[in-house]
Write a protein that binds this ligand. Sequence first.
Ligand code: FNR
Length: 380
Amino acid sequence: PALNRLLNLQDVEDVARKVLPYKAMAYYSSASDDEISHNQNIIAFSRLFFHPRVLRPVSVCNASTTLLSTPTSIPIFISPAALARLGHPLGEANLTRGAYRTNIIQIVSSNASLSYEAIADARPDPNQVLWFQLYKNKDIMKAEARVKEVVKLGYKAICLTVDAIVPGNREKDIRAPWVLDNMENLGGAKWGDVVRQPGDAEVEEKEINIMGTAGALISNDDRDMTWSETILWLRSITKLPIVIKGIQCVADAVLAAESGVDGIIISNHGGRQLEYSLPSIEVLYRLQKERPDVFDQLEVYMDGGVRRGTDVLKAICLGAKAVGLGRPFLYAQSAYGEAGVVRLVRILEREIISGMQMLGAQSLKDLVPEMVERVDWYSA
Ligand code: FNR
């Protein structure tokens, strides 16, 4: 269908299901075990209802904000996701150009299928801000080299992912045969090194199938990271802002604030890691109720299951500075390239602005925790 026939994010996903290569859809859509956490990421939003305010002027309404001082047109960002070229030959570059045209921030995955340099070069303007998601290699020299490389390339923040110590059990992905040729066509530099371990092609293929794609991609990562050492290490090698991605409970959000990092992304990796980790919006809700002081100490973001403008607004009411989307951006760029990314942001923008107006909010600061109530009489 033509882009302007797509009214919401589900429409985009429906197209992706029809047109994507089998392996791409299996890898993108998969989640751990029985996909409960992934489904609940989405469903948990439906337990939150609004207390809208009326008779407040909203003809002028603006959803812009800043994320660690970088302006963004609406409070969303592109969550880091591996292997965008599985779905479209231009892959991550589609996201970069779409982010530029809509003035939002892209977080580039450590396991991107284009080199970090090629993605930086895809920016129409060198001032466009990209953040970098770090999977820390267990070889400290390699880890340091990766950080230094992206600092040099001009990436503006480091998001350390901490919830993917071992790969989640994503059976859709494991079942879908990995075509080695296909992978080589991707030509991605960094993740290719990980996948192409010594050994003949047959052994490689077998092991990848057992581990799933994620297992192959993160097999050399550090499984012994700690609050005391890892954050200090990162701080010692870069002055860039540090964001911890993969906070899944209130206690760790508090530790993150104490550790002095600049931000956290409350996330269960789109339900792709620990099955039965709480839905991200639920963790955000609890953090706001139990430890509202944390929001003054660092910027709090969340991702997982965001599919509507109202989802974004609920998170903002509960204190998030912005929310990320993973799969929807992969689907959009796979099905429609850069134009799909732009369309996706425009859909969300329209939903966010009209939602704010009906809530009686002129700007994001008018969205406050009192506007959201969690009900127990509804479960989708
Ligand atoms: C991811 N995610 C992810 N996270 C990360 O820190 N590094 C990565 O390389 C990846 N790769 C990745 C691949 C794919 C295909 C998906 C779907 C997800 C997790 C991602 O950043 C984000 O947390 C979730 O995608 C958010 O959930 P939704 O928006 O997909 O529901």
